[in-house]
Design a protein around this ligand. Structure first.
Ligand code: F6P
Length: 556
């Protein structure tokens, strides 16, 4: 019998994934490549930059600066085939209930199916209702944009304040910033998410309530942050407009799946734009949740964005894996996460307008694949979702790139650029793009000690000025950042995340990991608010923190 103290249950009982032929082949290939380098791979195969590129709709991706060769690519594709990726893609698009822990379909792809197409789920078409809501949104946005929709005192709406959090905030906020050059000149959108009162107060302080429309965005319409901010915003509005609650009708609309809660809040459901439980929060920017964006950029541009999503959906659904960009980005991510043990992945847009794209992707990726059990509930014996992070280049270069170039952790990166800028001044766009290309080159090929010495560095500085290289990057280029391209980029990453979730056999569509913190916060709120000393039954640390807060706050 083995000694229980020295037995590793995971190593002794590898899962069907880690003991599968494709996984074992990849393990061997990684060992074989460990002594190689990107310099070597490029020297051995001068054509690799052509062979390892993929064009998908309007995106051109160069994957050649990765630790990949033809054998690895074939083995990665075998892994995808082995886990039945195509059948799983088809199941998602068909509306099967692949979100098993919540028993739901996953149909964000139906949100961008063209008008007139059909998809039956549980005996009912879902595309018709999608377009009915889109048409209502378009009508409402047109009225706001033209000034036909006026507030309680007859003034047109110039400030749109979206109140939401997570998927009900990050998507529209990211796309609003990404599409700055398409915005209506007289309308500004603001995004309030944090329950920290400073967020709401700082946002509304300079606004005129007569010209302000609140868009309360919440799939469940029960989220503490959103409902608290919405109530406070309602008080500010009503107070600012003379104290009559009736003003809410002209200054509040709701985006939700929950008509009862919308009504209970006091918003007429005639001013509600609905979506459905088969749209996950982090997959909802293309649903009614995008209303603020539609008001900003107009319904035509919004529909162009949806078309971009749809084109990428079709690319994902129909393209063979080796030329399928979301699939390949997913597989290359798995290659690094599971076979090189790289724990993080950075997304570095060289497009200032995509400054919130990394934050958006953090939710999309980490809420989807940050799971430690597989679909059947068993603990996985492999790594799943990486830590996603990033900032726009070139700012990151002057902050954290030091570690990416010379740190002890290798961080694969996605670099995103546009050939034509929305606007240029002083030829700066060339400087931006030169930096983008230079970073990929420096990361991949580095600078050897010999090269450093030859460039005249003193002996004591050679080690400090040496770059190991072998730091992988995916380069994603587009012509220019249009609404369609924003849709393509979001769909690209949605499907990358899907691909990885299928390989790791996790449910990418639930988020039970956010529940415990919410539950505990709900139990602590009355303890903070209690007029009398509450009886606390947390651990000693939490009890002490609560007492310290109660005893030291300045307000009663
Ligand atoms: O708590 C996490 C979460 O449920 C996210 O998945 C979601 O995007 C966010 O909260 C907001 O939820 P809702 O749109 O229901 O307010």
């Amino acid at each position: 019998m083995s000694d229980p103290a020295t037995t590793d249950p995971v190593a002794d009982n590898p899962s069907s994934l880690t003991s599968s032929p494709a996984w074992l082949a990849l393990t061997d290939l990684q060992a074989g490549l460990a002594g190689s380098s990107l310099r070597q791979l490029f020297a051995d195969d001068p054509e690799r930059s052509e062979r390892f590129t993929i064009d998908a709709v309007d995106l051109h991706a160069d994957l050649s600066k990765n630790m990949l060769n033809d054998e690895v690519l074939t083995a990665l594709v075998s892994l995808a085939e082995q886990v039945g990726l195509q059948a799983k893609i088809d199941a998602m698009f068909a509306g099967e209930r692949i979100n098993t822990t919540e028993d739901r379909s996953v149909l964000h792809t139906a949100l961008r199916k063209p008008k007139g197409s059909q998809l039956e789920v549980d005996g009912a078409d879902v595309v018709g209702p999608v377009h009915t809501v889109l048409d209502r949104m378009a009508d409402f946005s047109n009225r706001v944009r033209s000034g036909e929709w006026v507030g309680a005192s007859g003034k047109r709406m110039r400030n749109i304040v979206n109140i939401g959090i997570g998927g009900s905030d990050l998507g529209p906020l990211m796309a609003y910033r990404a599409l700055a050059s398409f915005r209506h000149p007289d309308i500004q959108c603001f995004y309030v998410s944090n329950v920290d009162p400073a967020h709401l107060l700082e946002t509304i302080k300079p606004l005129d309530p007569e010209e302000t429309l609140f868009v309360v965005a919440s799939k469940t319409f029960t989220t503490l942050e959103t409902l608290s901010n919405a109530r406070s915003a309602r008080s500010w509005l009503v107070e600012g407009l003379g104290g009559d609650l009736a003003v809410v009708a002209k200054h509040f609309v709701a985006l939700s799946t929950n008509a009862d809660e919308v009504e209970a809040f006091g918003i007429d459901t005639a001013n509600m734009f609905e979506f459905w439980d088969w749209v996950g929060g982090r997959y909802s920017v293309d649903s009614a949740i995008g209303l603020s964006l539609m008001i900003a950029i107009g319904s035509d541009a919004f529909r162009e964005m949806l078309d971009g999503f749809h084109q990428m959906d079709e690319h994902f659904r129909t393209t063979p894996f080796a030329q399928n960009l979301p699939v390949m980005l997913g597989l290359v991510g798995v290659w690094y996460r599971n076979f090189f043990d790289y724990p993080t992945h950075a997304v570095l847009p060289y497009i200032q307008a995509l400054d919130r794209f990394p934050a958006y992707l953090q939710q999309l990726d980490m809420e989807s694949n940050g799971k430690h059990v597989s679909k059947d509930g068993s603990t996985v014996d492999y790594e799943t979702g990486p830590i996603i992070w990033g900032e726009p280049g070139t700012n990151g270069q002057h902050a954290f790139y030091q570690l990416i170039h010379q740190g002890t952790t290798v961080i694969p990166v996605d670099l995103i650029g546009a050939i034509d800028p929305a606007d240029d001044v002083g030829g700066q766009h060339d400087f931006l793009m030169a930096n983008l290309f230079a970073q990929a080159e420096a990361l991949a090929f580095g600078k050897t000690a010999e090269e450093v010495a030859a460039s005249g560095a003193s002996d004591d500085l050679v080690a400090h000025r040496t770059f190991t290289g072998n730091r992988p990057s995916n380069m994603i280029l587009t012509q220019t950042l249009t609404p369609s391209v924003v849709g393509q980029l979001v769909a690209l990453y949605e499907h990358k995340v899907f691909t990885q979730g299928v390989i790791w056999d996790v449910n990418s569509f639930d988020q039970w990991g956010v529940e415990l913190g919410k539950e505990l916060a709900n139990s602590i709120i009355p303890e903070l608010q209690s007029r009398t000393e509450p009886e606390l039954s947390h651990d000693s640390s939490t009890n002490a923190l609560i007492r310290r807060y109660r005893n030291n706050r300045s307000r009663d």
